[in-house]
Write a protein that binds this ligand. Structure first.
Ligand code: FE
Ligand code: FE
Ligand code: ZN
Length: 277
């Protein structure tokens, strides 16, 4: 089985996102904890959060996958940016406690010249300051396309971060199909081998969510431009094989494809139709 949904806007509150996804026919979703480019946040009332928790339980949704801001960079060479990133991270995690039991996914960061090793150390250090055993959220590091000085384009880099984390049962990985492909892992030729490699380096038990996207570019392009399902270089057959892979069964799959509402509804139904075959 699969939990499938897409990215939704938080503009009308938490419960509304749940209602919207019910209307779309999906059973999970993602949302930015704050404006993805800026830093502003809107407070969520306890009533609204509780209403979403009730809806998610009633509709038997899979875990939700909140997304940290793109501007959050825990390993920037600029200390001010680093501090801001840490502020965002701590506040986001505080807010996530209103909807316990879900995921918080973020881009590990870009070292902006300090080097991968230093970047990895800073990300792990920041995470260790917020990852406490009483946290009700699991943090997911996203697999990245490896553009610029981005960390997370190689599974080894994510493993190095995880290895340094003290509270190990609150850390996992979100596998972005577009990013991983762009990073150079050939999901189209042999997805089984990529998963096997992931298992060897990180461990499949860490894989908790999938960002389900096609790519506008060839494998290894390091570009990170998402495409609609079946219209990019990955293609429908490969994406179908990934969605139906037994080792990924039961994970939340989040569409981050360039779509309007109608497009997302179509893709959610497309993915569900693969399971009815
Ligand atoms: Fe992302
Ligand atoms: Fe993603
Ligand atoms: Zn992306």
């Amino acid at each position: 089985m699969i939990y499938i949904g897409c990215h939704l806007s938080v503009a009308d509150g938490y419960e509304q996102m749940g209602k919207t996804m019910v209307g779309f026919g999906g059973n999970t979703f993602a949302f930015f904890t704050r404006n993805p480019r800026g830093g502003k946040t809107k407070d969520v009332t306890p009533e609204d959060a509780e209403a979403l928790n009730t809806l998610v339980k009633r509709e038997k949704f899979g875990p939700l996958v909140a997304h940290g801001s793109y501007t959050m960079n825990l390993c920037s060479s600029n200390p001010e940016t680093r501090r801001n990133g840490f502020e965002m991270l701590s506040r986001d995690l505080e807010r996530m406690e209103q909807i316990p039991g879900n995921y918080y996914n973020f881009h590990p960061g870009a070292h902006t010249g300090q080097g991968t090793e230093a970047g990895i150390a800073e990300i792990a250090d920041a995470l260790n300051q917020v990852l406490k055993p009483n946290l009700h959220t699991t943090i997911l590091l996203e697999t990245m396309a490896g553009k610029g000085s981005e960390i997370g384009g190689r599974f080894e880099e994510l493993e190095e971060i995880i290895r340094r984390i003290e509270v190990k049962d609150r850390i996992g990985v979100c596998f972005d199909t577009c990013h991983t492909w762009d990073a150079g892992y050939d999901l189209a030729r042999d997805f089984d081998s990529v998963l096997k490699y992931f298992d060897e380096v990180i461990g499949l038990d860490r894989l908790r969510a999938v960002h389900f996207n096609d790519s506008k570019n060839a494998c290894g392009s390091h570009k990170d431009r998402h495409e609609k399902i079946g219209q990019g270089y990955l293609g429908e057959e490969t994406l179908k094989r990934i969605a139906k892979h037994p080792l990924l069964s039961g994970l939340p799959f989040i569409l981050e494809t360039p779509n309007d509402d109608a497009g997302y509804i179509r893709e959610i139904h497309m993915v569900q139709s693969w399971f009815a075959e």
